[in-house]
Design a protein. Structure first.
Length: 234
């Protein structure tokens, strides 16, 4: 006659299993949240580029508990929390304001005076910075083209910054230059009494172009899948 006996493992075996299961779960959560934050950042950058915002998305960065110290935040007997985040890396007020206006919409108001927008008559950049009236006047353009003069605009609530007595190309971009002392334009150019360099307005509205909250909700919904994929590799 054969007999069989089944004896359960000691309590220590169950405790070890429970500890290792929690550790695996924690590690998978760290990987999942890191993956979600990184994918969210990439998605935000793609959305901004697709909305015509150029390289603005590269002002965004991402981080996670996995990258920070590789540890979850524990609470209670076995509870834990793992986090990932997306943030703006730049401290520039201009960059922060631009991201806010195009992700939330709203009105842009100057701190004082006017909002100046360059026309096609003025170079878009001076060095690596966007052209402004202040940068124009501090650059060699104020001598090669002429100083800016403010006049009333064509509509109420509008002002113009112009340069007087210049020559421009007959075709293509105007490429203005100061009028020669002779008062005559060179071949291929014509004399202009005045050209508009900047248009000033009191305020302007911008609509929301990208919706990062929707992109982030999408990544939150994918977290369970990321977790299952991660725990299968641990």
């Amino acid at each position: 006659m054969m007999r069989a006996a089944l004896r359960r493992p000691s309590p220590g075996v169950f405790q070890d299993y429970r500890r290792f299961a929690i550790q695996r779960s924690e590690r998978a959560a760290l990987i999942a949240t890191d993956r979600a934050s990184s994918a969210g950042k990439v998605g935000d950058r793609q959305d901004m580029a697709g909305a015509g915002l150029g390289r603005l998305g590269f002002a965004l960065g991402s981080g996670s508990d996995l990258q920070k110290n590789g540890q979850v935040h524990r609470f209670g007997a076995s509870g834990f929390r793992a986090s990932g985040w997306i943030f703006v890396r730049s401290r520039s007020e201009r960059t922060l304001g631009t991201i806010q206006i195009y992700t939330e919409g709203g009105e842009i108001l100057p701190r004082k005076g006017w909002l100046w927008m360059p026309t096609d008559n003025v170079p878009k950049r001076v060095g690596r910075y966007k052209m402004t009236p202040k940068r124009y006047m501090a650059s060699p353009l104020a001598s090669s083209i002429g100083p800016l003069v403010q006049i009333e605009g064509r509509h109420s609530g509008e002002a113009l910054l112009v340069v007087r007595n210049v020559t421009t190309r007959l075709s293509g971009r105007s490429n203005p230059r100061r009028l020669p002392r002779s008062g005559r334009a060179r071949a291929g150019r014509e004399v202009q009494d005045m050209i508009v360099m900047f248009v000033g307005i009191r305020r302007t509205s911008r609509t929301q172009r990208v919706d990062p909250a929707a992109r982030h909700r999408q990544q939150q919904a994918l977290l369970p899948r990321y977790w299952h994929e991660a725990i299968g590799t641990i």
